[in-house]
Design a protein around this ligand. Structure first.
Ligand SMILES: CC(C)(COP(=O)(O)OP(=O)(O)OC[C@H]1O[C@@H](n2cnc3c(N)ncnc32)[C@H](O)[C@@H]1OP(=O)(O)O)[C@@H](O)C(=O)NCCC(=O)NCCS
Length: 131
């Protein structure tokens, strides 16, 4: 019988102004390094786009902590895609090195939660494995 195991949890808080400054300074060079096309398509048209980008940035750092990899050889920024279901609930889909790390460690699912206010965005993540 398979047993569920929590591989790890992660949390992150982001200063929204720092993300906005990076977008103002580097534009698509910054956005495309960190975010996928689908994430950009969701965030860019928003009146407070920086908040939505900041929440997704926080989610990616929270996932990096939940996996325990940090962001690097085992997990690139664009290996993680933060999506929403029809009700607005966010989810994370991993590809590339991140998906390979999940497979090696029996991780089958990553659940996330996002929050943002005027100046900060926060996220947490939990990586669920089956042995
Ligand atoms: C793990 C990672 C996401 C931490 O992010 P951070 O913003 O540097 O740090 P935070 O202040 O949010 O969190 C720090 C805590 O993360 C935790 N942490 C560090 N490495 C971790 C890992 N591999 N797994 C889980 N948690 C980790 C530690 O508890 C640390 O607290 P401590 O130093 O007091 O022990 C970081 O290692 C990383 O890979 N960041 C990407 C940085 C980057 O590329 N920035 C460029 C932006 S364009």
């Amino acid at each position: 019988m398979k047993t569920m195991r929590i591989h790890g949890i992660g949390i992150d808080i982001v200063d929204t102004a720092r993300i906005e400054e990076s977008i103002d300074r580097f534009g698509d060079r910054f956005i495309d390094r960190i975010f996928t096309a689908a994430e950009k398509a969701y965030c860019a048209p928003m009146s407070a786009a920086g908040r939505h980008y900041a929440a997704r940035f926080a989610a990616k750092e929270a996932i990096a902590k939940a996996l325990g990899t940090g962001i690097g050889a085992d997990l690139a920024w664009t290996d993680m895609e933060i999506l929403r279901n029809a009700n607005g609930k966010p989810g994370a889909n991993l590809t590339g090195a991140g998906k390979a790390f999940m497979d090696r460690n029996g991780i089958v699912e990553i659940q996330i939660s996002l929050s943002h206010a005027d100046n900060h965005a926060a996220a947490n993540a939990i990586a669920i494995a089956y042995d």
